[in-house]
Design a protein around this ligand. Structure first.
Ligand code: FAD
Ligand code: NAD
Length: 480
């Protein structure tokens, strides 16, 4: 028999957890369904543990910068405390009891199991366990059946099943025990050598972190640059720094075949060259997880790669979707932002208030936490031009600013601004450098609030901050 509730949230990653918790706090009867760990990818296998690795690697890099600036330092990397911190502080040994407690304390009902959205407000969950204590796994006490529970939602269903790693169709790759982000952030030791396939955010963050612990890293990237979705100037800068730090970075290189034998992974590149290492990390992007969704109920064709939603995250009547599943940027802050929009929409559907404003993607920020950090928001120059805008750009080099010059060792960075010259407002910006992600904040405000560049130029920028380079870049814009 189906159990009734107000809302079922399918997938309890950062997006689903936020929606489910907020709706439960608002007094709705909410069932949250999660197949693995409540909290999803970000706290257990992605953002948080990877940033602990980045922090540890940055400490080593800073210590190595002491000579010539502050004395001497002997640096002996040890990965043991990094893994211990990820295991004990970040993930409680990959245990979500605290998150489950947090959700149920808000009044939510938590169901562990793999769910399937079957349309008309229904979610079937394979709980893999018996609900009635008779040991047959069907929860009906009669001694036969399967371990499935069905929930029907009076108000609707929120889909938040996130994304999974996507591996390219390289012959042999599916036969070898490669790492995804999960193994890479939960490893107890830094490998002696590591091949990284893909130089996007996952690839560069983890490649640089491991290299700083002494791992010999070879990164293979198909595009001409690493972080190829960023401004080319930022990609070039990061490439130069990674190579200077001793990583082998092969750009414009595609894997043509993969094999594993005698403890070594070998990638044959399309030019015939072979590269090998003790471990292989495949970091070639992610795809929305649609496998648990009835495509017909969502109006999705067989070719659809993501769930389409309107500005209020509505995918179909009584169905909302958010996070990596909807492909508006695979970032935790995007999922959380969309969760906020969805909470208002669901409450409005339940007769509680107004849906309010829809999602606004003019100023989506993101930060790749390498050293230098690559922060960017809004449109790149190329995308702005593709959209037919009259574009002016302004750039400044961080080492040329007073703070950058004072900082000296590790001061690589740049600011790039993209202006819609007709409107006299910024539509895109990149802040690369020490604390590039923090410098980005003011630029995100300027883009979101459409602050005239004339006003930005007229502002005071505290001396001597890194963000004063923004003033230099604004001056360069004016000179176009
Ligand atoms: C290595 C790495 C580092 C990252 N670093 C950052 C960062 O620094 N900053 C940032 O903003 N983003 C970062 N991201 C991206 C971020 O992790 C994701 O954007 C975010 O986790 C998406 O949240 P979500 O709720 O959409 O999905 P997910 O986190 O993927 O959660 C979806 C949940 O749904 C569950 N689920 C799926 N199918 C079912 C089903 N059928 N039944 C029940 N449950 C199901 C899954 O088990 C999962 O728990 C990183 C990603 C990676 C891989
Ligand atoms: N700091 C952050 O916010 C952060 C960190 C990590 C991940 N993420 C999120 O997770 C998503 C996934 O990250 P990702 O790095 O896996 O994907 P990505 O899409 O950012 O980068 C994948 C890279 O792999 C390359 N590639 C694809 N196929 C290849 C092949 N056959 N051979 C060589 N190179 C190939 C692509 O050219 C691309 O540069 C990101 O887009 C981002 O949304 C965010």
């Amino acid at each position: 028999m189906a159990r009734e509730c107000d809302v079922v949230v399918l997938g309890m990653g950062p997006g689903g957890e936020e929606v489910a918790g907020r709706l439960a706090e608002a007094g709705l009867d909410v069932v949250g369904v999660e197949a693995e760990l409540l909290g999803g990818e970000c706290p257990y296998w992605a953002c948080v543990p990877s940033k602990m690795m980045v922090r540890a690697g940055d400490l080593l890099a800073e210590a190595r910068r002491v000579p010539g600036m502050a004395g001497t330092a002997r640096v002996e990397p040890d990965f043991t405390p990094v893994h211990a911190r990820i295991r004990d502080e970040a993930t409680a040994d990959w245990d979500d009891a605290a998150a489950v407690e947090r959700f149920t304390a808000k009044g939510g009902r938590f169901v562990r199991g793999r769910g399937r959205f079957t349309g008309q407000g229904r979610v079937e969950v394979d709980t893999g366990r018996d609900g009635d204590g008779d040991g047959d796994g069907d929860g009906d006490g009669d001694g036969g059946g399967t371990a499935a529970e069905t929930f029907t939602a009076r108000v609707g269903v929120v889909l938040a099943t996130g994304s999974a790693p996507a591996a390219p169709p390289v012959p042999g790759l599916d036969q070898v025990p490669y790492w995804t982000n999960r193994e890479a952030v939960s490893a107890a030791e830094a490998p002696e050598s590591l091949l990284v396939l893909g130089g996007g955010a996952v690839g560069v963050e983890l490649a640089q972190s491991y290299a700083r612990f002494g791992t010999r890293v070879t990164l293979v990237e198909a595009s001409a640059r690493v972080v190829s979705a960023e401004e080319p100037e930022a990609g070039d800068l990061l490439l130069e720094v990674l190579r200077r730090e001793g990583l082998t970075v092969l750009t414009g290189a595609r894997a043509a075949a993969a094999r594993y034998a005698d403890g070594a992974f070998v990638l044959t590149l399309d030019g015939g060259e072979e590269v090998s290492a003790e471990k292989l990390l495949v970091a070639t992007g992610r795809r929305p997880r649609l496998d648990a969704l009835d495509r017909a109920a969502l109006g999705l064709g067989a070719e659809a790669r993501r769930v389409e939603v309107d500005a209020h995250m509505r995918a179909a009547p009584g169905v909302w979707a958010l996070g990596d599943l909807v492909g508006e940027g695979a970032f935790t802050h995007v999922a959380m932002y969309q969760a906020d929009v969805a909470v208002r929409a669901v409450l409005a559907a339940a007769g509680r208030g107004e849906a309010g404003p829809g999602a606004d993607y003019r100023a989506v920020p993101h930060v790749t936490f390498t050293d230098p950090e690559i922060g960017s928001v809004g449109l790149t120059e190329a995308v702005a031009r593709e959209r037919g805008l009259t574009v002016r750009t302004g750039t400044a080099r961080v080492p040329d600013g007073v703070r950058g010059w004072i900082h000296k060792a590790g001061n690589d960075g740049l600011i790039k601004l993209v202006e819609d010259a007709e409107r006299g407002v910024l539509v895109g910006a990149t802040a690369a450098g020490p604390m590039g992600g923090e410098v980005l904040y003011g630029l995100a405000v300027a883009i979101r609030a459409a602050v005239p560049t004339a006003t930005l130029r007229d502002m005071m920028f505290a001396f001597p901050t890194f963000h004063r380079s923004v003033l230099e870049a604004l001056g360069d814009l004016a000179a176009d």
